[in-house]
Design a protein around this ligand. Sequence first.
Ligand SMILES: *Cc1c(COP(=O)(O)O)cnc(C)c1O
Length: 426
Amino acid sequence: MTATEVLAARWDQVMMPTYGTPPVAIARGEGCRVWDSDGREYLDLIGGIAVSALGHAHPALVSAVSRQVATLAHSSNLAMHEPGVRLAERLLALLGGDGRVFFSNDGAEANEAAFKLARRHGRAFDPSGGRLELVAAEGGFHGRTLGALALTGNPTKREPFAPLPGPVTFVPYGDAAAVAAAVTSRTAAVFLEPTLGEGGVVPPPPGYLRAAREACDRTGALLVVDEVQSGVGRTGLWFAHQAEGIRPDVVTLAKGLGGGMPIGACVGLGPAGTLFAKGDHGSTFGGNPVSAAAALAVLDTIERDGLLESVRTVGSRLADALRGIDSPLVRGVRGAGLWLALVLARPVAAEVEAAARDAGLLVNAVQPDAVRLAPPLVLSAAEADRAVEGLRAAVDEVEAATTVAVASAAGPRASGRGPDQDKDVR
Ligand SMILES: *Cc1c(COP(=O)(O)O)cnc(C)c1O
């Protein structure tokens, strides 16, 4: 048995099966490369799901975390600390305004805080407690805790755990008229991702967030933009909503913020920053000194090394090359920066993920027909080129295998691209 197989057998004995048995065991990493428990090297094109912003073992992160853990690992909220205050100052400056930050440990907790802010906001409008309604998107994802799950537009994830807090009205993602129609004087807040992440890296049509902003302004609802996956440079901007030039009331962050250390943030801009009063919310570990120091190292490195610019140039090189893969299995590419989905003509993303892994690339079948790439923001042009070669081979291998399977099951006409299938899927 390989070391990976041994670990898988032990995993199955002790871990709740929420994640199934992952197909790989990662032992260490450096830059955009990781090594599994058997010493096999991979190019990491998923970055722990858009988390390892600086790649693995980046010297800036290693030194910031090491220094902080050797100085002060934890203070609790009974004491202030410099890294936390500095990080809040930094985030507010990047978000272009006055506001207040609540630090959490992850994305779901950041959205829980935003959910409670929405309740405070609704009560301020209507002290009898009536203005409670929320609007969120079908296909959206906001986390697994009960409040975040209530906002997640995926009935199969939600329904087993009903009843959930609400009420939440779900609207089709990307439909400006639908969000405008759903927002009423009973709406406390609208929760939207700037691009669906878990939904398959699906950007909305231009103007969508602006339309949501206008709908919220019309009725006084809060616009909560969930930048847990899209934020911190992922799209080549500090925050994805900045592409639309809007100002949300609340921005939630996590994933890439700590570069691998757990930290999330719920940022209330303008009046939304002062909705919570003393005692309204809390977290023992949220924004602890070590995670805050890690996040500061991530933000400093993005700025110092010009990573936003690099994400844009390497990202478009990667997207263009993926679009150029000449295969009937490739329908197109969605996304921006280093946050892309390779969209397939058939639901064989899991097969492509497995073939890519065999070829030494870690990618993620985020939807049955979409393979997600969310590599470290430090991905080089040479690494992007290697990614394309590996994915081309993986796609060809899956196309060859599944064409034979489909052909023998359903006849020779069952495979290949139809004439109406656009290569440039949004
Ligand atoms: C991952 C994700 C979350 C949940 O974050 P966790 O850290 O897993 O709790 C919330 N919103 C979005 C958009 C995400 O991608």
